[in-house]
Design a protein around this ligand. Structure first.
Ligand SMILES: *[C@@H]1O[C@H](CO)[C@@H](O)[C@H](O)[C@H]1NC(C)=O
Ligand SMILES: *[C@@H]1O[C@H](CO)[C@@H](O)[C@H](O)[C@H]1NC(C)=O
Ligand SMILES: *[C@@H]1O[C@H](CO)[C@@H](O)[C@H](O)[C@H]1NC(C)=O
Ligand SMILES: *[C@@H]1O[C@H](CO)[C@@H](O)[C@H](O)[C@H]1NC(C)=O
Ligand SMILES: [Zn+2]
Length: 470
């Protein structure tokens, strides 16, 4: 049950504040409210939230909820039966938790992996661990067998243009950063196909490997032949590179049963605590419920989804209710390019002026380091005060420039302030989109701190007198 627990001592109009300030003889700053003081008045509430989560009844709850969810459902790729089960699970779990939950329909891609495998035939037989890439076409049933050309970059590929036709291109690009290196996964197949390649095998986009292939979405270019595309391991890409470098002829066979089915019906899952004063104004917290079809999708992005639920749970448990609505949205089909979130944006952008802040956690729920924020200078000033409330959670209470998140991108581009969670993510891409993305990566204490941070930021912003300035 959500109770009305507004704090009556906050002045409700600038004029009243002006009067109070004069009467109390405090420093007068024209009719502009002193935002620093207003935010500081939330210190006790923030500490209550943090205590409930770090040492109170909500301790370890985020982890337990994530484990219950991902152990029960497993991974949940766009279009799969598991994703439907996941949405039903979260609908019921958040309803049982006493939140106001509903589903909003979205059409999503339905790509299926099918049976797949790859092996090196020459210079010696060896099984190659691989994962087909999302949207890839399959091979004929007998597979594609061809000599390999190993390249280390797109430039290297072009310099071998005369030697690519009829071959399988192996991209052995070094890992620089995810945002830079992911171009090989996304565009490698079409670049190779332009030169006549018959398939593309791309070194997994990860800084660390124990022979683990990492999947992900890839994009075919319009008008270019669609060739099968898969990721192989760092180890095997390097092996074939060394062999080719010694002048050895490397031959590989790849077999993929991948295909794309008609778009599927799905839902964004939405839970709310309605604001008592401005229910139409919204602070949106989010993570995506879909994952890849490997591992458990615990880190990407079960954690982000669960802390967005948990933030609402915490506020409800404390009997708090902010002025504005706190809305958790668990997106569908993020991995295919923010597909569910784009539909939500298209449907709700008519009410853009009522979106106070959009938040997304999709880079793991490890130990929090900072809040990332995109907004005007005036909004940054407010948020710099808000993050000071996080001192008991983090050693530094930094506001970093630029929020990140595929799903909140459209809102931020349209000028709505955005926030994302920066965590100690150095290990994130070790596990990303691989069989290694399981509960074993998560820690209850770190998740508690993420949930507490998420709850404090969302609640305080939702309860301030004014929306964040644009
Ligand atoms: C696990 O989740 C299910 C579904 O929400 C719930 O009924 C059950 O009580 C949970 N189990 C634990 C131990 O939390
Ligand atoms: C193609 O590969 C052969 C050896 O397999 C080599 O002799 C030749 O120089 C290569 N041509 C190009 C354009 O790289
Ligand atoms: C827009 O806001 C109004 C007023 O709160 C609400 O009635 C309406 O349902 C909203 N529309 C959408 C598409 O969210
Ligand atoms: C804060 O710093 C101390 C000492 O460097 C470290 O042990 C602790 O883990 C840090 N706490 C957080 C929340 O980062
Ligand atoms: Zn993700």
């Amino acid at each position: 049950m959500v109770m009305d627990n507004r704090r009556p001592y906050l002045p409700s109009s600038p004029l009243l504040f002006w009067t109070c300030s004069l009467l109390l003889g405090c420093e007068c700053v024209s009719t502009q409210r002193d935002v620093a003081k207003e935010v500081a008045s939330y210190t006790d509430v923030a500490n209550q939230i943090i205590k409930l989560v770090l040492s109170g009844p909500a301790q370890k709850r985020s982890y337990q909820r994530l484990a219950n969810f991902t152990d029960t459902i497993g991974n949940r790729v766009s279009g799969s039966h598991n994703l439907e089960l996941a949405i039903k699970y979260m609908y019921h779990a958040m309803s049982e938790d006493g939140l106001d939950v509903h589903l909003e329909p979205a059409k999503i891609p339905h790509w299926v992996r099918g049976e797949e495998g790859a092996e090196m035939i020459l210079p010696r037989p060896k099984r190659l661990a691989m994962l087909g890439l999302g949207s890839s076409v399959g091979t004929p049933p007998e597979g594609i067998e061809a000599e390999v050309v190993v390249v280390s970059s797109f430039e290297d590929l072009k310099s071998r243009a005369g030697n690519v036709s009829g071959r399988i291109v192996v991209f052995n690009q070094p890992f620089v950063s995810y945002s830079e290196t992911v171009a090989y996964r996304a565009f490698g197949a079409s670049e190779a196909a332009k030169l006549g390649a018959v398939a593309a095998l791309i070194r997994s986009v990860t800084p660390f490997s124990i022979n683990s292939p990492h999947t992900g979405w890839q994009d075919y270019q319009e008008g270019v032949t669609r060739i099968p595309a898969a990721c192989i391991t760092v180890e095997d890409a390097q092996l074939m590179s060394r062999m080719a470098g010694r002048g050895q002829r490397v031959v590989v066979r790849v077999t993929m049963g991948a295909k794309t089915l008609p778009d599927a019906d799905s839902f964004n899952t939405v839970a709310e605590i309605q604001g008592w004063q401005h229910p139409e104004q919204v602070v949106l917290l989010s993570g995506h419920l879909d994952s890849w079809d490997v591992g458990q999708g615990a880190m990407d992005d079960g954690g982000g989804a669960i802390i967005s639920w948990e933030a609402l749970s915490i506020i409800k448990d404390l009997g708090l209710r902010p002025r504005r609505t706190m809305r958790a949205v668990l997106w569908t089909a993020e991995e295919q390019g923010g597909v569910g979130a784009q539909q939500y944006y298209d449907q709700h952008k008519v009410n853009m002026s009522n979106y106070d802040l959009v938040m997304e956690s999709d880079l793991g729920t490890f130990a929090p380091v900072a809040l990332q924020f995109t907004g005007s200078q005036a909004a940054q000033k407010v948020m710099q005060e808000v993050v000071k409330l996080l001192a008991p959670i983090m050693n530094t209470t930094r506001l970093e420039p630029q929020a990140e998140g595929t799903d909140i991108g459209p809102w931020m581009q349209a000028g709505v302030p955005g926030a994302s969670l920066h965590v100690q993510d150095s290990r994130y891409f070790w596990f990303h989109h691989s069989e290694g993305d399981t509960m074993s990566v998560q820690s209850p204490g770190d998740m508690d701190r993420c949930s507490a941070l998420w709850a404090v930021v969302a609640y305080v912003v939702a309860d301030l007198q004014d929306m964040l300035p644009r």
